[in-house]
Unconditional design. Structure first.
Length: 376
């Protein structure tokens, strides 16, 4: 890619390291991805539209070519994700070397975070980290992954900049790791909101333990006269996922979809009476932002980062109480109330999560860090 910044200077090279993001660049790839992969994909493709930046993206080996250009982003193949993480070092570092970036951007706690930080330290490159989940901030990840937890903390300490999704996570991260962070909201493009009818109660997510998808099935049983739609991708053991499908098929008023592409998911939020989150813990779910973009109220069992759902009246949160959850469910069945929350959610997301505004925050960080670095 031939790019030139202001006054003819070389563009700043930024490389995103998220091995699970390839399905977002190539909709023909049907593998599973999560919210962190979505966020990095959106930031990378938006950043690539600015000629002052040259953007690359390291993904896993999905059988694609070694290099591709998609949406202005240079896609570099690296690790086979089904292999043990200890075999990732060389293919990951080879891809990072090919990227030859000034700045390497990583989101989500894992062994890859430590490996990315180590590469940057050895090669004198800039490492930026962004948190992806409550559990990597509040100490849960450190307690359940002793060795990887130490590598994660070390990686955070090497980062020139750390960002968090919300203020609660930022406070927890400071307490558990001693690392300070800047809060930058999740970013999404904001298409116009069409005036569609709203036909069903919606759940969207992956089959993973902390999301507690079985709770949605229980809600559907509580209201047999209402239509429920569940979009759930497989991530865990086949037996767990197949059992979930079997249970869902036994509920007459529930429709189960195993996958909807990221580029088409918006219309389901636009048609939802409201969106249901059954999770015990999250960072700042991208599905919350997608619900607000689609004008759908949010019904949360427990997750309410920075208390935004109640503060901005985007929906209702039961604070982990099942009885309250059922009461809130019945409240949101009142169309006028659900619409009020949905409209407030749309206003909230326009003010706080507009990709056009948030990418400028990242550009300022990238320019500042690249300007301070010697021997670019």
């Amino acid at each position: 890619m031939d790019r030139t910044g202001k006054n003819g200077e070389r563009p700043i090279r930024v490389c995103f390291v998220m091995v699970g993001s390839y399905p977002l660049f190539n909709p023909d790839c049907t593998k599973t991805f999560g919210g962190a992969e979505v966020e990095c994909f959106l930031l990378a493709t938006k950043l690539a539209k600015d000629r002052q930046f040259e953007v690359s993206f390291i993904v896993g080996d999905y059988g694609q070519p070694e290099e591709e250009i998609r949406q202005g982003v240079r896609i570099l193949k690296s690790v086979k994700t089904q292999k043990n993480g200890m075999f990732w070092i060389m293919p990951l570092w080879r891809a990072m070397k090919r990227a030859n970036a000034d700045i390497y951007f990583r989101q989500m706690s894992s062994l890859v975070t430590g490996l990315t930080a180590l590469f940057c330290k050895i090669k004198n490159r800039i490492f930026i980290y962004r948190t992806a989940h409550e559990r990597e901030c509040d100490g849960t990840y450190l307690r359940t992954h002793i060795l990887r937890g130490k590598a994660y903390i070390w990686g955070l300490q090497q980062a020139k900049w750390v960002t968090a999704q919300n203020y609660i996570d930022a406070d927890h991260l400071q307490s558990t790791t001693g690392v300070s962070s800047t809060v930058i909201r999740n970013a999404h493009p904001l298409p116009p909101l069409p005036q569609n009818g709203r036909h069903f109660i919606l759940w969207v997510g992956r089959n993973i333990d902390f999301k507690q998808p079985h709770r949605f099935l229980e809600l559907a049983k509580q209201l047999p006269e209402e239509k429920f739609l569940m979009i759930c991708q497989k991530t865990g053991l086949d037996q767990d996922y197949n059992h979930l499908i079997q249970q869902a098929q036994e509920i007459p008023n529930l429709t189960f979809l195993p996958r909807v592409s990221f580029h088409e998911i918006g219309r389901y939020f636009q048609q939802a009476k409201f969106f249901v989150c059954t999770s015990d813990a999250e960072g700042f779910p991208n599905t919350y932002i997608q619900a607000c973009i689609g004008g759908a109220a949010i019904l949360s069992f427990k997750v309410n980062p920075d208390n935004f759902i109640t503060r901005y009246r985007c929906g209702l949160c039961a604070d982990g109480n099942w009885t309250t959850y059922l009461e809130h469910l019945h409240l949101l069945l009142k169309p006028q109330l659900a619409q009020e929350y949905g409209n407030a959610g749309r206003k909230y997301v326009e003010e706080n999560h507009d990709l056009r505004k948030i990418i400028e925050q990242y550009k300022a960080i990238f320019r500042d860090l690249a300007g301070k670095r010697v021997n670019l």
